[in-house]
Design a binder for this molecule. Structure first.
Ligand code: IMP
Length: 429
């Protein structure tokens, strides 16, 4: 099975964009399977920088790209992102981009609700991207969602809209917000429907056809395993399953289609938004990592929190996503440190853990147990072979492999796609 599923193995922002772009050149289809425009994937192609939130990265190179049913779609954002990319010279047509007809829509009141809740939560806020992701998934699971296929049946939407607006008007009343203006909503939906519908397809069929013809499918995960609604640091998570298994349910290809699972892992750890982060460094070292790694969110511009590499968390991600191999990114950010620390376990009181306990309070109390490893002073930036890496950098990588129980498939040493050390070709398996 020559498919590849790419997922983030930390809290997102591991550098998936570059790796997906690099792999998409050899893929026949690229598929998003969860999340929405909360994601931020930066692709550097030659002189050009492309910032994608919702569209699969393959679109930049003209590869057939599909948005699976597991994604929540803001149709107005979709239109804007298509326009922005077209402005950068990327051709986007129903021939190279498909949206699953069963995708639930993110509507304007989902975005409002996301913001209202965050503003009302004080210190307990999740730190969401305020893009309506959570409320849209809630309506999907509550069987109230308006989906892409409904855009072709707007005249029949009445009873569905009754249920949806009754639910949201009650919530809005709690925030002293006016009820939803149904006429305005219908007008907005009618306006956007003609733009969206040409892209709406039975994506599950497209992917199954591709599979039966032996085509290579690349599944592009968003966020990271520790933001997974089931396996992440709940409740400080996103509202979708971000693990590799979702490539199946979020597209309709079936579990045998995931192929090689490539976990993207940053050589240190970052997190944006609230929630536990055992190896966080709120000192000069954390600041140095943030500055060297340009750690600002692609979507919200927020400063990312930074800390040492947490092997316990990545080992857990490798297990829950069934990762075959990892891509280690941003190794060059660690250049020039005298010593580096790797978290190998936690202490909560006098109890030791070799995994992250489930309860948020335990997670907040988890004290990292560190192993210290000598750093390196030569640069790793731009290295394209093992021979170009300092011996200590290789030791660091080997120790990570041992601790997480998973081999390194490739190492990325700069945002440039050529600055990559390939150990094993994921598509060759
Ligand atoms: P939401 O997905 O907007 O509901 O946000 C929930 C949590 O996931 C917040 O902590 C966000 O910062 C985080 N999050 C969502 N998308 C991304 C991403 O693409 N990268 C990193 N963090 C993200």
């Amino acid at each position: 099975m020559a498919n590849v599923t790419v997922i983030g193995a930390q809290w997102g922002d591991e550098g998936k964009g570059k790796i997906v772009d690099w792999l998409s050149e050899r893929a026949d289809v690229v598929a998003r399977f969860q999340g929405g425009h909360n994601a931020g994937h930066t692709l550097v192609v030659g002189e050009k920088v492309y910032k994608l939130s919702l569209l699969p990265s393959g679109i930049v190179r003209g590869t057939l790209s599909v948005i699976g049913n597991g994604v929540v779609l803001d149709p107005w954002h979709f239109r804007d992102e298509v326009a922005k990319l077209k402005g950068q010279g990327v051709a986007i047509t129903p021939e190279n981009l498909q949206i699953a007809e069963t995708c639930p829509l993110i509507l304007p009141f989902h975005r409002d609700l996301d913001g209202l809740r965050e503003d009302a939560s004080g210190a307990g806020k999740i730190g969401t991207t305020r893009r309506g992701i959570g409320p849209a998934y809630e309506d999907k699971v509550g069987r109230r969602a308006i989906r892409v296929c409904d855009l072709a049946h707007l005249d029949d939407l009445g009873p569905q809209l009754d249920r949806l607006t009754a639910h949201h008007d009650a919530l809005r009343a709690g925030f002293n917000e006016a009820p939803i203006d149904r006429d305005a909503l219908m007008a907005e939906l009618r306006d956007i429907a003609s733009f969206i519908l040409p892209f709406a397809k039975p994506v599950w069929l497209t992917l199954n056809d591709a599979k039966s013809k032996g085509k290579r499918i690349l599944f592009e995960g968003a966020q990271g395993t520790l933001l997974d609604i089931d396996h992440g640091t709940y409740p400080f998570v996103t509202s979708s399953n971000t693990i590799a298994g979702t490539a199946a349910s979020g597209t309709g290809l079936g579990p045998s289609g995931a192929g090689f699972v490539l976990g993207i892992v940053k050589a240190y750890t970052t997190r944006v938004g609230s929630g536990p982060f055992p190896t966080e460094l709120e000192d000069e070292t954390g600041q140095r990592l943030g500055e060297r790694g340009h750690e600002f969110g692609t979507v919200t511009g927020r400063k990312r929190r930074c800390g040492w590499f947490d092997a316990v968390l990545v080992r857990q991600s490798v297990a829950v996503s069934g990762v075959t191999g990892i891509a280690l990114t941003k190794l060059d950010v660690l250049d020039g440190f005298d010593e580096l620390k790797i978290c190998v376990g936690y202490k909560i009181g006098d109890q030791s853990f070799d995994y992250l306990p489930a309860h948020a309070q335990d997670q907040a109390k988890a004290e990292p147990v560190y192993e210290t490893i000598e750093g390196w002073h030569d640069t790793t930036a731009g290295a394209r072979s093992w021979a170009e890496l300092p011996a200590q950098a290789i030791k660091y990588i080997r120790r990570i492999e041992e601790l997480i129980g998973c081999p390194v498939t490739l190492v990325s040493t700069s945002p440039e796609r050529e600055d990559t050390i390939l150990v094993r070709d994921p598509f060759a398996d």
